[in-house]
Design a binder for this molecule. Structure first.
Ligand code: PAF
Length: 289
């Protein structure tokens, strides 16, 4: 178990901690406020590598000016206690001034996929995500890094960055963790009141309805329609987007894709505000015919 005093707060401390590790290593990057979803990533990393390194850093670059950077929950002691239940070899929890001693001049351009879906509402988000992922991958130099499928667009963009910049790391995906009632686990769920938490279930329920509709043979437009109608009537939910997209390109699946295979995988993705809290969720679905 890692105690608070053993947490690396600086690059130098991280380098010392890493130097004592032998064998393969896996990185799990987080912004803290850890929950079972993060632990699923840590467990997957634990299975795959000799050493697990976890980073905890609320990255200012990925928050827009009106977003929740200041309010984002921070509780390092609680995070370390949770990590202790799984066991990790090193934790890197720097302050913002350590990560960004000055405004970075060289930036990662995440490319066109970053302008779609999440990027429409959060135009600078993925540039900020890739900036910090690139930096932490460079510092830790793990054999593999684990990312959750809940942030499907982030995962795809990290994979693209690693491929396009020849970064020597294997990116592995871990499925979404859900509460028993279907709500996708998120650190931002802690913002929800009891009523809002119930209202938030509409997101995963809409995705399940869409998935069922696809399983019953409805085409893309029908799947979207079923999920959209459900969300339109859901109390307390203000929709940002519901999109049925190609899981690689994040382009909307059109109504008339004649040359498409008989069964094709798609991603049904949703973002919505429940009260002031913006939540996202997604589900892989199969479209028939
Ligand atoms: O998914 C997150 O929590 C963040 O975007 C990440 C990958 C830790 C980068 O700050």
């Amino acid at each position: 178990m890692v105690r608070v005093t053993e947490v690396a707060r600086t690059k130098a401390e991280l380098a010392t901690a890493l130097a004592s590790l032998e064998g393969t290593s896996a990185l799990v990057m987080t912004m803290g406020a850890l929950h079972e979803g993060h632990l699923a990533l840590v467990r997957a990393a634990r299975e795959a590598a000799d050493n697990v390194v976890v980073s905890i850093f609320v990255n200012p670059l990925q928050f827009g000016p009106d977003e929740d950077y200041e309010e984002y929950p921070r509780d390092l002691a609680a995070d370390l206690a949770l990590l202790g239940t799984v066991g990790v070899e090193a934790v890197y929890a720097p302050e913002a001034a350590e990560v960004y001693p000055r405004e970075p001049l060289v930036r990662i351009d995440p490319g066109p996929v970053a302008a779609l879906l999440e990027g429409k509402t959060r135009p600078t988000h993925f540039a900020g995500v890739l900036q910090v992922v690139h930096k932490v991958l460079n510092l830790v130099r793990p054999d593999m890094a684990f990312f959750g499928q809940k942030d499907a667009q982030q995962l795809a963009l990290v994979r693209t960055m690693v491929a396009d910049l020849d970064m020597p790391v294997e990116i592995r995906a871990v499925p979404i963790e859900r509460d028993v009632d279907g709500l996708a686990l998120s650190s931002r769920n802690s913002y929800l009141s009891a009523t809002q938490r119930i209202e938030a279930l509409a997101l995963s329920q809409a995705l399940v309805l869409g998935k069922d509709a696809a399983a019953h043979g409805l085409p893309a437009a029908g799947v979207r329609e079923v999920a959209l109608r459900y969300l339109a009537e859901a109390p307390g939910v203000r929709l940002d987007y519901l999109a049925l997209v190609d899981p690689q390109t994040f382009q909307e699946i059109g109504p008339d894709e004649g040359a498409a295979p008989a069964v094709r995988s798609a991603l049904l993705a949703v973002a919505a505000w429940v009260g002031p809290t913006r939540l996202i969720d997604n589900m892989e679905i199969e479209l028939h015919g």
